[in-house]
Design a binder for this molecule. Structure first.
Ligand SMILES: Cc1cc2nc3c(=O)[nH]c(=O)nc-3n(C[C@H](O)[C@H](O)[C@H](O)COP(=O)(O)O)c2cc1C
Length: 313
């Protein structure tokens, strides 16, 4: 376990429920992602059935700066969840989700709903900071619920004692498609002293560099832009504009193997399909390949299809 070196423009893999499981985080780490986050874990689920959630929280062996992300609102449950996480030596931090827009989470006053009650948000951050035995207490937020108030949100988070912030440059109303407001991220960064990760629609090496320069954020956090494209972390670490895609087949096969090991064989293959869609996206005949692999749930058959498709490219 290592500290995050914010002087070295760190990169982070954003938490993406349904994507950033242990196998994918392992692949992104291999390509140089500095910080990794678990998929969002509901504190209620963690408190209710910690065994099942522990599996979701398992760390890959190469994750040396791995942070568990929690979603919740009820202070008592948050304290219980932090106590459970305190026993997990594999994580260096606890991150609070203040961005999730889905109705089920909003109904629990959690996720982006916390942006409607900043006093309560501050109370949660203070609670996590006080109860946690981890190196980092962090917050992943949007720039507002309906209105854009990035400076106020960032200052509230800082004053409550968080060690760093990750900011997705959309409001809750902006969902996942509204244009990202990088200027709002820049203003949030300007109003605090703690480090900030800029997040949203960073899909290429060039864009990552541009956004880092424009927002003056210490780091960039990449989510969907890393799916099917994990080498973006390698490019950023080594300042490399172009990469040799001839190795893609090996990466895809390794990722499939990790999925087989982590999940039961067929489940691993089925869950791998969406990654395979992303890996094959930019190749000719990708649509036909997608169609074909959607019907494959046998691991050896999937392996053969991958060998065939990526060898022909
Ligand atoms: C499928 C999906 C799942 C997500 N799951 C989470 C999550 O568990 N926790 C979280 O804080 N954000 C989650 N997000 C938001 C992302 O972390 C990120 O803020 C957002 O996608 C914008 O960044 P990107 O354009 O780099 O993906 C999710 C987004 C998507 C599309």
């Amino acid at each position: 376990m290592t500290d995050i070196d914010f002087s070295q423009s760190p990169t982070a893999l954003a938490p993406l429920a349904g994507f950033t499981d242990l196998p994918f985080r392992y692949i992104c780490k291999k390509f140089g992602a500095d910080v990794t986050f678990s998929e969002m874990i509901s504190v209620n689920a963690l408190v209710r059935d910690s065994k099942k959630t522990f599996r979701m929280l398992k760390r890959a062996r190469n994750e040396d700066r791995y942070i568990a992300q929690i979603a919740g609102s009820d202070i008592k449950n948050i304290i219980k969840a932090v106590e459970i996480l305190n026993d997990m030596e594999d994580i260096i931090g606890i991150d609070l989700n203040c961005g999730c827009p889905v109705p089920k989470i909003i109904a629990q006053d959690a996720g982006s709903s916390l942006l409607r009650d900043l006093a309560h948000l501050a109370k949660i951050i203070k609670t996590v900071k006080k109860q946690s035995n981890k190196r980092y207490t962090s917050v992943k937020t949007r720039i507002g619920f309906n209105e854009k108030t990035p400076e106020i949100i960032a200052k509230t988070i800082e004053e409550a004692g968080a060690d760093f912030i990750s900011i997705h440059g959309r409001t809750r109303s902006g969902g996942y498609k509204a244009p990202i407001d990088y200027d709002a991220i820049r203003r949030a960064k300007e109003s605090v002293k703690i480090p900030v990760f800029a997040n949203g629609d960073i899909t290429t090496y060039e864009k990552a560099v541009e956004i880092r320069d424009f927002t003056k954020c210490e780091g960039v956090m990449i989510g969907r832009g890393a799916v099917g494209n994990p080498w973006i972390f390698y490019q950023l670490k080594h300042n490399q504009k172009n990469i040799d895609k001839s190795l893609i087949k090996q990466v895809v096969l390794e990722h499939l193997q990790l999925m087989r090991e982590f999940y039961a064989d067929n489940m691993g293959v089925i869950l791998f399909r969406k990654h395979l869609h992303a890996y094959s996206k930019s190749f000719p005949e990708a649509a036909a390949f997608r169609h074909k692999i959607n019907a494959v749930s046998n691991a050896d058959e999937m392996r053969e299809e991958i060998e065939r498709f990526f060898t022909e490219q």
